[in-house]
Design a protein around this ligand. Structure first.
Ligand SMILES: [Zn+2]
Length: 103
């Protein structure tokens, strides 16, 4: 009998681990969905400054690079708060001349 009890306890423990793992996985997926939604909305015109500031923290460097790249494909300034068109697209200049800051 003792081995069965031990096995049952182990199974319950494993089941609890599985639940925690699935819960964590759901949280990660929810965060990824929120990031994707933020990226998609940054591709739209008329992004509000407040919304942009609230949602910028959700993005990592690569997410923001994707926003800039996608906007440049649409020939719009890469800075989400600026809807000016970009005339020349090169690998260095994917924001409009107004947003381009040379340091
Ligand atoms: Zn611009």
């Amino acid at each position: 009998m003792p081995p069965k009890r031990k096995q049952k306890a182990k199974t319950e423990k494993q089941s609890e681990k599985d639940k925690n793992f699935l819960s964590m996985k759901e949280k990660v997926l929810e965060i990824k969905r929120n990031v994707l939604k933020a990226v998609e909305l940054m591709l739209e015109e008329n992004v509000s400054k407040n919304w942009f500031l609230e949602n910028c923290s959700k993005l990592c460097k690569q997410d923001y690079a994707d926003v800039i790249q996608e906007r440049s494909i649409e020939h719009v300034c890469g800075y989400p708060l600026c809807d000016n068109p970009i005339v020349t697209v090169s690998c260095f200049y994917i924001v409009c001349s107004i947003c381009l800051v040379v340091t």
